[in-house]
Ligand binder design. Structure first.
Ligand code: BEZ
Length: 211
């Protein structure tokens, strides 16, 4: 069955490039990003994995662990990691799941048969410390992901988990946010002491509350 927003992220134990990982145990207390790749030794994936390695500090700042997945075995990932370091200048510094029997890919519905019946698409799952799926995005194999955008959406889901706010179009960390419509004006004055501007009764903006 497909994973949906708000579901508990399916647990699994799998071989990874850093040894066997039990997913829930590995991420305990942290946010996590689980992201899949179609196949090892492919050009777009090579660039993506180098970029994620370069962003390790950004994920750590957000208490977020990252774990990749590709349907090849971990031995192939280890050989590929040498190429990734050579080409991108960044050593892979997070586990990559080996999933040759597609167990994890199937659990997370990462194989889309009309796109390719044996390789995973480029899925991204953002999973909270409560193990609930907070966000999912899917790209086709031919489109590399924008990991600045992945950091941006992580900032948004972390903020909106802690406060009764939503983030507007193109929002970036530090910009004003929207007070959710279920909070009435009296409550909003108490919860958002920096105040708010009502552009419409249903569109009230306030400075980012955790700054
Ligand atoms: C790639 O990662 O470069 C790739 C993988 C599958 C299809 C097309 C591109």
């Amino acid at each position: 069955m497909a994973v949906r927003l708000g579901d508990e992220a399916p647990d699994f134990t799998a071989d990874t490039t850093t040894g066997p990982v039990n997913f829930h145990e590995w991420k305990r207390g942290s946010w996590a990003i689980l992201f899949s790749h179609p196949k090892d030794f492919t050009p777009v994936c090579t660039t993506e994995l180098g970029r994620v390695a370069a962003l390790k500090g950004e994920f750590e700042k957000r208490n977020c662990k990252v774990i990749g997945l590709s349907v090849d075995p971990v031995e192939a990932h280890a050989t590929w990691a040498v190429d990734i370091a050579e080409v991108t200048g960044h050593t892979v510094n997070f586990p990559i799941i080996g999933d040759p029997d597609r167990t994890v890919a199937t659990l997370y519905d990462m194989i889309h048969p009309n796109a390719n019946d044996s390789q995973t698409v480029r899925s991204v799952f953002v999973i909270g410390p409560d193990n609930k799926v907070k966000l999912m995005i899917t790209y086709p194999a031919s489109t590399g992901r924008n990991f600045d955008e992945v950091l941006r959406i992580l900032d948004s889901v972390q903020l909106t988990s802690d406060y009764s706010v939503a983030t507007p179009v193109d929002w970036k960390y530090g910009e004003d946010v929207i007070i959710v419509p279920t909070v009435n004006d009296d409550d909003a004055r108490k919860r958002f002491p920096k105040g708010f501007v009502a552009k419409k009764p249903y569109l009230r903006v306030t400075p980012q509350p955790n700054l």
